[in-house]
Design a protein around this ligand. Structure first.
Ligand SMILES: [Zn+2]
Length: 429
C-alpha cells in the first residue's frame, strides 16, 4: 500500500520534477543511542533530525520535536556512530600476482568502472569518507567529482591524484625516469594539485609491494621532501609520506609532512618526535598481520611478496604498539579496500580491532576512524562526529563500540549525507 502510494505520488509529481528539485521531508531517526566519540555520556533514546544532507537537530526525545511529516527511521536498540573513515585506500590498486596478470591491459574506462564499483562497496561497509594516497591515471579525481555531483555512489573522497615517484624508488618501474630533484618534484606536486588533489603523496622509503628500495632506507633527499611540503602547503594541500623508515621519517617530520603512511619499522625515538610535532600515523597494520594472509592467497600473491610481508609484520606490530604507547596521533587506514573481507569482518573493522590489541581503548580506536581522522583531513567542521550542522553520515551497530570495538562487526545500517545506502532490517521503510 505504502509503495503504491509512493509510485502514484511520483507519477503525479513527474512533470514538475524535471524542473524543480523534489522537496524532501525531514528525516527523523528515533530511539537509538548516540555514541559520544568525544568520550562523554551516550545519548539514549535520541532523535536526530536530518534535512537534506545535514543534521539539523539532535537530542533526547523529550527535547526534540519531530515534524508531523517527517520520514521516521526507528533505530531502537541500535547504537549510532559517525560514518567510518578510512585514510589509506587505493580503489584502483593492482597487487602483484594473479591480479596484475588479469589487469595488465586494463583500459582507462575499465579502471574507472572498477573504481566506481569499489566505491559503492565502501558505503555498505560503513565507510563514508576515504583518503586516496595516490592512485592511477586520475580516475580517483574523476570519481570524486562524479560522487560529489551525485552521479555515482561512494564515500567522500580526499585524494592525492598520482603519487610522486622518484626514479628507482618505491612504485617505480625498472628503467623508467620519474620526477627527481626539488624542482621536478615541485612541478609534479603542483600538477596533481591543479588537477584537484587535496593531498600530495610522496614515497620516501621502500615498501612491501615493489622491490624498489629497502623498506628501511631513506630514498628521497631532505631537499626533495622539503620542496614538496613547501609547495603543497602553499596551495593548502597536505602531504602524506609513504615511509617504513625511521631515518626517512625523521626528515619528513622536520619538513612538516602531515602524515606518515605504514611506518613499518619506526623506532621509539622517531615516534616521540612525531608525537611532539603532531604528525599523523596511518598504520595500515592489517596488511602485514596474520589475519590478512588468506587475502594474499586469494589474489595469488607471489612467494617473494609473501616473504617480504612476513619479514616486516613483527616490526610493524612493534612500531604500532610503541606509537600507541607514546600517544602518536593515529588515523585509521588499511591499504586494502575498506570492505575487503578479513577474518569474518571487513579490513576496516579488523584494522580497528588490531589498534585495541595494540593498546588503544575501544573509544580511542573508534576515534581513530572518526573524529581524529576528520582532524587530520582538516574537515572536523563537517564530518567525524554526530552534531548539528555536520553531514548526516550515520552508521548503526548492534552494540556499543566504545565499550567493545568488535561491535563494529554488526553494522546493519549506513547513511551518507542523509541518504540510506544499507538497511539490512528495513528500518527506513
Ligand atoms: Zn598505499
Amino acid at each position: 500500500m505504502k509503495t503504491s502510494m509512493k509510485i502514484l505520488g511520483a507519477l503525479v509529481l513527474l512533470p514538475t520534477l524535471l524542473f524543480t528539485p523534489l522537496a524532501t521531508a525531514v528525516t527523523a531517526m528515533v530511539g537509538g543511542t548516540v555514541v559520544n566519540v568525544d568520550g562523554g555520556a551516550a545519548l539514549d533514546d535520541a532523535v536526530i533530525l536530518i534535512d537534506g544532507e545535514r543534521i539539523t537537530a539532535m537530542g533526547s526525545r523529550a527535547d526534540v520535536s519531530i515534524p508531523a511529516d517527517a520520514q521516521l527511521i526507528d533505530v531502537s536498540g541500535k547504537w549510532l556512530i559517525p560514518g567510518l573513515m578510512n585514510m589509506h585506500v587505493h580503489p584502483g590498486l593492482i597487487l602483484p600476482g594473479k591480479m596484475a596478470n588479469e589487469l595488465a591491459n586494463e583500459t582507462d574506462p575499465a579502471l574507472a568502472l572498477r573504481m566506481a564499483a569499489a566505491a559503492r562497496g565502501m558505503l555498505t561497509a560503513g565507510v563514508t569518507t576515504i583518503r586516496i594516497p595516490g592512485d592511477d591515471r586520475h580516475a580517483d579525481l574523476a570519481l570524486d567529482r562524479s560522487i560529489r555531483k551525485g552521479e555515482s555512489d561512494g564515500p567522500r573522497i580526499f585524494s592525492a591524484g598520482e603519487s610522486l615517484i622518484i626514479t628507482g624508488g618505491h612504485g617505480s618501474k625498472p628503467g623508467v625516469v620519474y620526477a627527481d630533484g626539488p624542482d621536478e618534484l615541485v612541478k609534479a606536486a603542483r600538477q596533481q594539485i591543479s588537477l584537484g588533489a587535496s593531498w600530495v603523496k610522496i614515497l620516501i622509503s621502500g615498501g612491501i609491494a615493489t622491490d624498489g628500495g629497502d623498506i628501511a632506507e631513506a630514498l628521497m633527499t631532505p631537499e626533495e621532501i622539503n620542496a614538496v611540503v613547501d609547495a603543497a602547503h602553499r596551495y593548502g594541500a597536505k602531504v602524506a609520506a609513504h615511509s617504513g623508515s625511521s631515518i626517512a621519517t625523521t626528515v619528513a617530520v622536520d619538513a612538516g609532512v602531515d602524515s606518515i603512511e605504514h611506518g613499518y619499522t619506526l623506532d621509539k625515538k622517531v615516534l616521540q618526535k612525531m608525537k611532539r610535532a603532531g604528525t599523523w600515523l596511518v598504520p595500515t597494520i592489517v596488511v602485514s598481520q596474520p589475519a590478512t594472509a588468506p587475502f594474499f592467497e586469494r589474489i595469488g600473491s607471489p612467494q617473494w611478496y609473501l616473504d617480504r610481508r612476513d619479514s616486516v609484520g613483527k616490526q610493524h606490530w612493534e612500531a604500532l604498539r610503541t606509537a600507541v604507547d607514546v600517544g602518536v596521533n593515529i588515523a585509521l587506514g588499511t591499504d586494502q579496500l575498506p570492505q575487503e573481507p578479513n577474518d569474518g569482518t571487513t579490513a576496516t573493522v579488523r584494522e580497528a580491532e588490531y589498534y585495541v590489541e595494540a593498546g588503544m581503548t575501544p573509544l580511542q580506536a573508534l576515534r581513530s576512524a572518526t573524529v581524529q581522522t576528520a582532524k587530520m583531513l582538516g574537515a572536523e567542521d563537517s564530518i567525524g562526529s554526530l552534531e548539528v550542522g555536520k553531514y548526516a553520515d550515520i552508521v548503526a551497530v548492534g552494540a556499543d563500540p566504545s565499550a567493545d570495538i568488535s561491535a563494529l562487526r554488526s553494522i546493519s545500517f549506513v547513511m551518507k549525507g542523509g541518504k540510506v545506502y544499507r538497511d539490512d532490517e528495513d528500518l527506513a521503510n
